[in-house]
Design a protein around this ligand. Sequence first.
Ligand code: PBG
Length: 334
Amino acid sequence: MEHIGRTERERPRRLRSSPKLRALVSETSIDPSHLVTPIFVKEGAGTKEKIDAMPGVFRFSPDEELEKEINELSSLGINAVLLFGLPAQKDQVGSEAYNPDGVVQKAIRRIKRVNEDMIVVSDVCMCEYTQHGHCGILDRNGVVENDKTNEYLGRIALSHAKAGADIVAPSAMMDGQVRAIRQSLDTEGFESLPIMAYSAKYASAFYGPFREAAGSAPRFGDRKSYQMDSRNVREAIRETQLDVDQGADIIMVKPALPYLDVISEMKRRFALPLAAYNVSGEYSMIKAASINGWIEEERVVEETLHSIKRAGADIIITYFAKQYLSSSRRSKSS
Ligand code: PBG
């Protein structure tokens, strides 16, 4: 009999012949319970405001408008939101960020009232609350003071915990911020409250649309003295190890797409749940191309989410969560 070599017998196409067969052998899937959707809450009443640079994303006042959105999200199977606040006023020390009646604190209470089971993650940072737009307290020379900022971050996280947040997520990139927040929470009886640490957060131009959405662009300079350099991956390992040592419960890489290698590196190195933040610029680029008719949006979104999962993310934070689940529901029922 004629000898058939291994390469001639190998036909990967055998497993690609039908949608069901392809699904059977698929290695990756997007489970709604792993998606987190960011929400912008803005002081005021009865508002649902468009964000120009992020079509399809809105700012909600912490009232019925927010309630409606939460109900819609839970009907789609989304179990977790990440809150960002736009306060009525800003000052040098971001005092609205830890005001017990601040916009995020109000939003947390409101969400918990309509849906106790919705997991509320709160972003812990100062850039939306300071006049200068930096993520911390400035010294006389306009440099962000690390340890002083940590005291404030501890205070902000605690106020979110008291309002009912389920997870706090520090994004200021101060050294020791996870430890400071852990201590602040523990001394007030919140030792069971998890911290999702923005461990490897890069100084990224992909945050552009977010800064319009949250009104948080720095008034001078940039964030390169605290956020990470895009050339580095070993530094990301070191940053993440520090967060783990300080008590992080979930680690994060941000942005996602330009840092898929970092995501897979973190997955290999750390046993903690790993989140990836598919940020505003990643969202808006797809939207812009789609509005111009240059790409098929639904397919691009699905492919994007698959890439982040495949790289190793357990949790995906994405502005596409709602849209993705409504369209996958549509395609299932058709
Ligand atoms: C706050 C913060 C930012 C983002 C999340 N938290 C902006 C920044 O660091 O300038 C960006 C999120 C996004 O672009 O979607 N520090």
